[in-house]
Write a protein that binds this ligand. Structure first.
Ligand SMILES: Nc1ncnc2c1ncn2[C@@H]1O[C@H](COP(=O)(O)OP(=O)(O)O)[C@@H](O)[C@H]1O
Ligand SMILES: [Mg+2]
Length: 176
């Protein structure tokens, strides 16, 4: 894992992203590096935090969510299916509940209410793939944007909504 400089999104990437400052950026050289970041994030994240995971298909959003959930649950074998079709999967643990959502197939923002996700924001740890589906109504959160490089490397860019309490904790997890 190496630091990337300057901090900016790759020019060939045109994702829909919130208008939040970029906090930090690192390169994840392989799956193990992504697993390690997911573990560090799981240590600092708390119930009520929302982490948005953006990036193209295959960028590694589910990979990081899975590793994070397993680390949070303290069970490396926890079955974590992609919520591509169910839209939401929930996990209960001593540390609190995790909501893992994939909004790619969201047809209407009203579905967030039907799924119970609007209540989960601020109460549970929420990991949300394809958050741009509800843009511009971004939840107050941090966003991890993943961009596939030439090889297995994924460039991870952290963006932080102004005033979000989890920001210093996440920055610490990135810096370790
Ligand atoms: N550095 C890396 N970080 C995360 N995933 C990686 C990395 N290198 C290769 N991969 C692979 O890329 C794929 C990412 O798939 P997935 O996490 O389902 O993507 P997404 O949810 O963004 O569509 C997985 O097959 C994973 O093994
Ligand atoms: Mg996915």
């Amino acid at each position: 894992m190496t630091s990337a400089d300057p901090v900016s999104l790759p020019s060939d990437d045109a994702p829909i992203l919130p208008d939040w400052p970029v906090s930090t950026q690192i390169d994840l050289a392989d799956e193990a590096a992504s697993d390690a970041l997911a573990h560090r994030l799981s240590v600092v994240l708390e119930p009520g935090d929302t982490l948005l995971l953006s990036g193209a298909l295959g960028a590694g959003k589910t990979h990081i969510a899975r590793a994070l959930i397993r680390s949070w649950m303290g069970n490396p074998d926890e079955p974590v299916a992609s919520p591509t079709f169910t839209l939401v999967q929930t996990y209960a643990s001593d540390r609190g509940e995790i909501w893992h959502a994939d909004l790619y197939r969201l047809s209407d923002p009203q579905e967030l209410v039907e799924l119970g996700l609007d209540d989960a924001f601020g109460a549970s740890l929420c990991l949300i793939e394809w958050p741009d589906r509800i843009a511009p109504d971004w939840p107050r959160a941090c966003l991890l944007h993943l961009k596939r490089q030439d090889d297995d490397t994924r460039r991870a860019t952290l963006m932080v909504a102004p005033g979000v309490k989890m920001a210093p904790r996440l920055a610490k997890a990135f810096a370790e």
